[in-house]
Design a binder for this molecule. Structure first.
Ligand code: AMP
Length: 282
């Protein structure tokens, strides 16, 4: 595996591989890798000939009072894990490589879909996320990209961005692959921030996935939400619990579309988000 910090070096290598006919797969991450990230890496290795994983803690998607400085950074460990998986490239650029002062990067806005739920609680977060994802797609020019269902609103936004760009002809088609949420044995969705949970926080943290699994059995919207709400620990400071359409994030009934039951809460020092898809059509 090659560890590359420079955009020019990465692009030269990818150009070689593309001309050799390789399918290029790309997994963007913020590092502190866990099994959730690695499941996406395995999917990418199955589908593609040449796999690039990026580790970049994107300053643009953190609010002023958020945990940018505290976000876990474990590049050496990440590099070892990715090398063990036979990833081709770990791309770990500096902020000045991603956002060069000499050529300003296109700033994207996430619009109404990006103003709901996570976007309402973290203003500007999705603008920053889309801006970096778009910039990274421009750098890597992948054939396939891999995102986790764990961040369901991010999935909806990146899908929407790609749909618009591909239909307007501003981007060549990219295959968008969503990997399932990987959980601990007890059900907690893996997250780089989980390492900040204290042992005494665990029951409240686990109550979120319990709520989602209970809610998923509900017959209609009201029952889904009531069954879920009943499981949330009083120690979890609930921010939202909703049943929404997986593309529009508008409230919906289960069964009419691909519905997703979403939850966010603060537990101890940590903000947790989780979701389950409720697919009654298949
Ligand atoms: P992050 O490093 O948190 O920006 O996440 C990078 C990618 O990994 C995103 O597409 C996430 O949705 C995905 N991801 C994070 N946690 C999980 C998980 N528990 N299961 C599956 N994918 C995940």
């Amino acid at each position: 595996m090659q560890l590359i910090h420079s955009v020019a070096e990465l692009q030269a290598l990818i150009a070689q591989r593309r001309s050799a006919g390789d399918r290029i797969g790309f997994v963007p991450t913020m590092g502190a890798l866990h099994e959730g990230h690695l499941s996406l890496v395995r999917l990418a290795l199955q589908k593609c000939d040449f796999v690039v994983v990026s580790v970049f803690v994107n300053p643009l998607q953190f609010g002023a009072n958020e945990d940018f400085d505290k976000y876990p950074r474990t590049l050496g460990i990440d590099a070892n894990l990715l090398a063990e998986h036979d990833v081709d490239v770990l791309f770990a650029p500096s902020p000045s490589e991603v956002y060069p002062i000499s050529s300003p990067v296109t700033q994207l806005t996430a619009g109404s879909l990006g103003a709901k739920f996570e976007g309402e609680i973290r203003p500007g977060h999705f603008d920053g996320m889309l801006t970096v994802v778009n910039r990274l797609f421009d750098i890597v020019q992948p054939d396939y990209v891999f995102f986790g269902q764990k961040d369901a609103q991010q999935v909806a936004l990146v899908k929407q961005m790609l749909r618009e760009q591909i239909s307007s002809g501003s981007r060549v088609p990219i295959e968008f692959v969503v990997g399932p949420t990987i959980r601990s044995e007890a059900g907690l969705a893996l997250s780089s921030r989980n390492k900040f949970l204290k042992p005494e926080d665990m029951p409240a943290a686990l109550s979120l996935s319990k709520a989602l699994f209970a809610g998923a059995a509900g017959k209609n919207r009201e029952e889904v939400l009531a069954l879920a709400r009943a499981e949330i620990s009083p120690q979890a400071k609930l921010e939202y619990l909703e049943l929404v359409d997986a593309d529009s994030f508008e409230p919906c009934e289960p069964g009419l579309s691909l519905a997703v039951l979403i939850v966010a809460a603060r537990v101890g020092e940590v903000r947790l988000i989780d979701n389950v898809y409720i697919d009654r059509k298949s």
